[in-house]
Design a protein around this ligand. Structure first.
Ligand code: ADP
Ligand code: ZN
Length: 610
């Protein structure tokens, strides 16, 4: 079978997404590949399709245990012989997989990186014909990345010890330049085919709110979601407990997940969410690695996460099926302290030595600063994220809190020059940088004790902006920070000038700020569904059937069909099996298994409703 037929017949999709085809062709022609795609971009197809075409076995190395299980479930449901090996299997279960491997019964096997060190596994693989090794979450190999896993460093040796070097593919959603270079260098990819798919997820709506009371705001936001499935991320276990309780007390069906719970409860709660028995998951960042539930309609962050990478990954769990979804972050300045504390006292990775840890800590602080910038920026939120990942973007996206509001761009170059020059002069006088409050006081000509005792009232910038309010000056400071002209020392909160500040100070480079025209009472709500009323009714009927079938088979609902597939089905209303196969996400096997049930249900619905 060729790749298009496999895509169609096994996975039920009509066309490859951007980037997928180039990677698949690369692997099939014997080249190494390096695929960088955002979460939900469709990385798995890039190694699953070649796995089915190559003579021999494909090993997928992944650190994500629940992802392995889900993907193997989904592959088996599509008729592909697959298995996984990780610490959740018992000894006898592993032996069975080993036996089947030797008998050549699998096309794809997922393994956790730790497994590569087991002598038993090492000896076994030498007797297998491995055609392709796919390294998923490849950024774990880099110390610059957010999830550094020293066990990933051993993958190279493992590959070199094989009798014949298979094709190697690396896949990740993290694409800062440094990480990218590390992956290629450390994994020793040989002249790989590279694709960097756009990181944009146009169906996600982004917004940052800074509410007075987060609990009330959260309830308000969730009330608008009308029973849709979503995740609320909190930064601490305690917060998870209290938020989950509040939601339950208000009649929402919420469950919780954090590392302090017993393993049994954690997995029970996770299943409740995956199987749609509970609609809202309240969790710490321990939840979600490898969860590929496709019908998550919103992700709300009760606290600011530690990095843009973490935020985009967590928020990116919304709308994986391509449907409209919203990602909202509730920010408060206190979050900065919590995040900093978590970095300083974070889980000590036993695998790392002290120098590695120190390096990781330094990187973490840098990443935190970028995250704070996101919460404070007045520019397009999507643009901010894409910029962080080094991707070009239009100034306004039209689908984020900034772009939807009524803003106008104001030239603040003159004000910016005053502020920057004040910072420079204070430094000149004192020999050290100071915080934003003091800078503001000097500019406003305050008779504050500190200003006078330091003699700052003698500066030429003293009182230069006395007609401005404190908050106006702080907004300008925030803008300068977001534009990179200044940076705030994470420890002392002192603001220093970047090299680029000279462009504004001496070359008159323009600085712009978006200013709200009229403060809005009600914040815009994203449009959640674009189906017509009738299609939406049928969609609910199909969802019900999916639930029944999933229960019967003992798999999560999305393993039967994703929301996107049901949406397409509700639109197309197929009457025959061949029409049914034209629905996006319906492959041969699934058509054979579920076709009749869905066709009957659709027919009944249409008869009832004329
Ligand atoms: P990730 O890149 O995060 O690993 P996945 O591989 O899980 O993403 O894919 C995300 C979703 O997109 C899945 O539901 C998958 O089946 C779907 N998908 C992948 N490729 C295609 C395609 N060519 N057409 C339609 N849907 C696709
Ligand atoms: Zn925008």
């Amino acid at each position: 079978m060729d790749k298009h037929r496999i895509l169609q017949q096994i996975f039920g999709y009509t066309a490859f997404r951007p980037g997928q085809e180039a990677l698949i062709d690369g692997v099939l022609s014997g080249r190494d590949v390096f695929g960088i795609m955002p979460t939900g971009g469709g990385k798995s197809i890039c190694y699953q399709v070649p796995a089915l075409m190559l003579p021999g076995l494909t090993l997928v190395i992944s650190p994500l245990i629940s992802l392995m299980r889900d993907q193997v479930l989904a592959l088996k449901a599509a008729g592909v012989p697959a298995a996984y090996i990780n610490s959740t299997l018992t000894g006898p279960q592993i032996q069975t997989v080993y036996r089947n491997l030797l008998a050549g019964q699998y096309k794809i096997v997922y393994v956790a990186p730790e497994r590569l060190d087991y002598a038993g596994f090492g000896n076994l693989v030498k007797r297998l014909n491995i055609a392709f090794i796919a390294v998923d979450e490849a950024h774990c190999i880099s110390q610059w990345g957010q999830d550094f896993r020293p066990s990933y460093l051993r993958i190279v040796q493992f590959i070199e010890d094989l009798p014949q070097r298979p094709v190697v593919g690396a896949f990740t959603a993290t694409a800062t330049k440094q990480v990218r270079q590390d992956v290629e260098r450390i994994l020793k990819l040989k002249d790989p085919v590279r694709t960097l798919t756009g990181f944009d997820r146009p169906n996600l709506y982004f917004e940052v709110l800074q509410p007075e009371g987060k609990d009330q705001e959260l309830l308000r936001l969730i009330a608008r979601q009308k029973g849709k499935s979503g995740i609320v991320y909190c930064s601490t276990r305690k917060k998870v407990e209290s938020v989950c309780e509040i939601l339950n007390n208000h009649g929402y069906s919420a469950t919780r997940y954090h590392a302090g719970l017993e393993e049994a409860e954690r997995s029970a709660n996770q299943e409740d969410f995956l199987y749609d028995r509970k609609t809202i998951m309240v969790a710490t960042n321990a939840f979600g690695m490898g969860i590929d539930k496709s019908n998550v309609s919103f992700v709300i962050h009760y606290n600011m996460p530690k990095s843009i990478e973490a935020y985009y990954q967590e928020a990116g769990r919304a709308g994986r099926d391509g449907a409209e979804a919203s990602c909202i972050l509730l920010y408060s300045p206190g979050d900065v302290h919590t995040a900093r504390y978590l970095i300083e006292n974070g889980s000590e990775n036993e695998e790392m030595d002290e120098a590695q840890r120190e390096q990781v800590r330094r990187q973490d602080i840098k990443r935190l600063d970028a995250m704070i910038g996101y919460c404070k920026t007045q520019t397009c939120l999507r643009g901010y994220i894409l910029e962080y990942f080094g991707q070009k973007h239009p100034e306004v996206c039209g689908n984020c809190g900034t772009c939807k509001g009524e803003f106008e761009t104001v030239d603040i170059t003159r004000e910016a020059q005053m502020v920057l020059s004040c910072i420079r002069r204070i430094y000149g006088k004192l020999g050290y940088y100071v915080g934003g409050a003091l800078v503001g006081n000097v500019l406003r000509g305050s008779k504050n004790k500190r200003v006078l005792s330091l003699g700052l009232d003698s500066l030429t910038t003293y009182g230069l902006m006395k007609d401005r309010s404190r908050s106006q000056i702080h907004a300008i400071l925030d803008q300068l920070e977001a534009d990179g002209y200044t940076q705030t020392d994470p420890e002392h909160q002192s603001i220093s000038l970047s090299e680029t500040a000279a462009q504004v100070l001496y070359q008159g480079k323009q600085v712009n700020m978006l200013v709200e025209k009229e403060p809005e009472e009600v914040l815009p709500v994203p449009q959640i569904t674009k189906m017509t009323g009738e299609d939406a009714d049928l969609f609910d009927v199909l969802k019900q059937l999916r639930m029944e079938l999933a229960k019967e088979a003992g798999v999560p609902a999305y393993v039967v069909f994703s929301n996107a597939t049901l949406t397409d089905m509700a639109r197309k209303k197929p009457a025959t099996l061949s029409q049914f196969k034209k629905v996006s996400g319906v492959g041969e096997l699934k058509a054979a298994w579920y076709g009749e049930a869905f066709l009957n249900r659709i027919r009944a619905y249409l008869e009832e409703n004329g």
